[in-house]
Ligand binder design. Structure first.
Ligand code: NAD
Length: 258
């Protein structure tokens, strides 16, 4: 019997990363959940194991290259191999471009951009060592296709992820490694709670008003769930996506059209 395939997901302690972990476990992957807070990823892993899946939790902060490399090494030593790496961890920041502080810009670039680079580097090195094909799946956004007011720094990082995805896809194709990105819209996770609160403060509007303005623009008429995103990632992680690489695919219920 073939070995159970293994997927590592970063930022898997809540929100979209948790949704992806649950879905990939359902798809039959053994999952390695990496996050900054061990207690949170451990809780998700415990739920997956209690449901009959196979999951481990690893404390790792993706802005530090060594921690990403160590997370891959620990995954392989505990689960045997690596087949899919989901660069999901990311942070948002709400500020006008002209008011964005240098330290906030650094934080976003360190986690969203450098973290994604380190994930690609660590995953590709492991796939090459194994001599197996592999799939790398990165978190971009609708904000990686269109710049939104008050999300300039965030948008910069999500546009960057599309560029990294295309370059890595071209470079790694010869090793049968595909690199793609998912671009969610307005997903109802703690990240949007934070964005809504910070936009509300800047615009002096009540909690819930800022996100409502975005939700009202969604053609399919509802906010997005982590499961909506996880369904796309499930496809990208499967053999059905073997001939897709370098793409940044929208999953936004009809909000941004590219
Ligand atoms: P979230 O804030 O709810 O969860 C993100 C998780 O990543 C948290 O558990 C956090 O602890 C973890 N994390 C943050 N920095 C980390 C780091 N340096 N190292 C390891 N883990 C770290 O966010 P979410 O809404 O689930 O978003 C997940 C990804 O999807 C992000 O990359 C985000 O930019 C992207 N995205 C989200 C939305 C949305 O509407 N929520 C839309 C488009 C794209």
């Amino acid at each position: 019997m073939a070995n159970q395939k293994v997927a590592l997901i970063t930022g898997a302690g809540q929100g979209i990363g948790e949704g992806i972990a649950l879905q990939l476990a359902k798809d039959g992957f053994a999952v390695s959940l990496a996050g900054r807070h061990l207690d949170k990823v451990q809780k998700v892993a415990d739920n997956i194991n209690a449901d009959g899946g196979k999951a481990i939790a690893i404390e790792a902060d993706v802005q530090y290259k060594k921690q990403v490399i160590d997370a891959v090494a620990k995954t392989v030593s505990e689960l045997g191999q690596l087949d899919v790496f989901v660069n999901n961890a990311g942070i948002a920041h709400v500020a006008q471009v002209c008011n964005t502080e240098e330290e906030d810009l650094d934080r976003l670039l360190d986690i969203n951009v450098k973290g994604t680079f380190f994930g690609i580097q660590a995953a590709a090195a492991q796939f090459k060592k194994q001599g197996t094909p592999g799939k790398i799946i990165n978190a971009s956004s609708i904000a990686g296709h269109e710049g939104f007011e008050l999300l300039g720094a965030y948008s910069a990082t999500k546009f960057a992820i599309r560029g990294i995805t295309q370059a890595a896809a071209k470079e790694l194709a010869q090793d049968k490694i595909t690199v793609n990105a998912y671009c969610p819209g307005i997903v109802l996770t703690p990240m949007w709670d934070q964005i809504d609160a910070e936009m509300g403060e800047l615009h002096n509007v009540a909690p819930g008003e800022s996100i409502k303005a975005y939700l009202d623009g969604i053609a399919l008429g509802r906010g997005e769930t982590p499961a909506d995103v996880a369904n796309l990632v499930s496809f990208l992680a499967s053999e059905k996506a073997d001939y897709i690489t370098g793409q940044a695919i929208m999953v936004d219920g009809g909000l941004v059209y590219r």
